[in-house]
Design a protein around this ligand. Structure first.
Ligand SMILES: [Zn+2]
Length: 169
């Protein structure tokens, strides 16, 4: 972005700064799934057409956008806001896991774990699977994703295939 701005007239930088400020002023986080929202619930939680029996757990909003982009998923999301990492002081209590559990009673049948296949992502998936098992069907993205790969760095077709080919944990 800096390279782009350096080659543009100063007016461009001012416009971009204004746009960024406008976004941060207008945007909030969805109180239900922690996606970006304007006002109350996000557009996904508000959409009556979405499949409310499925919740896809992602690390951050960026991963949510990438999965949306594949068009392979019609359910709801839950952004947990990070990955368990004792080294960085991230424990399950600091993530949005409690309210995920609270959402299960509303007719949810499947929770899809779409977390990175990194060390932290794997630890978080295992933790969630233990917590959720017996309460709901727990699946993860298909093993088509290379080890160490994060959803946001995977192309849309591979990610869509991984969503369709998800496996029960
Ligand atoms: Zn939402």
């Amino acid at each position: 972005m800096a390279v782009y701005l350096a080659g543009s007239p100063p007016r461009k930088a001012r416009e971009l700064a204004k746009a960024l400020i406008a976004v941060t002023e207008k945007m909030s986080l969805c109180p239900r799934c922690h996606n970006l929202a304007q006002g109350d619930l996000c557009w996904i939680c508000q959409d009556p057409e979405r499949d409310k029996s499925r919740i896809c757990v992602v690390e951050d909003v960026l991963d949510l956008f990438f999965i949306e982009d594949t068009g392979a998923y019609q359910g709801l999301y839950h952004v947990i806001g990070g990955l368990i990492s004792p080294w960085e002081g991230v424990t399950p209590e600091t993530l949005k896991i409690d309210d995920l559990m609270g959402r299960l009673k509303n007719g949810v049948q499947e929770v899809i774990l779409a977390l990175p296949s990194t060390l932290e992502g794997e630890a978080t998936s295992q933790y969630l699977a233990r917590l959720l098992k017996g309460k709901v069907k727990v699946t993860r993205l298909g093993r088509g994703l290379p080890v160490g790969m994060e959803p946001e760095f995977t192309d849309s077709i591979t990610l869509g295939e991984a969503m369709k080919g998800r496996e029960e944990m």
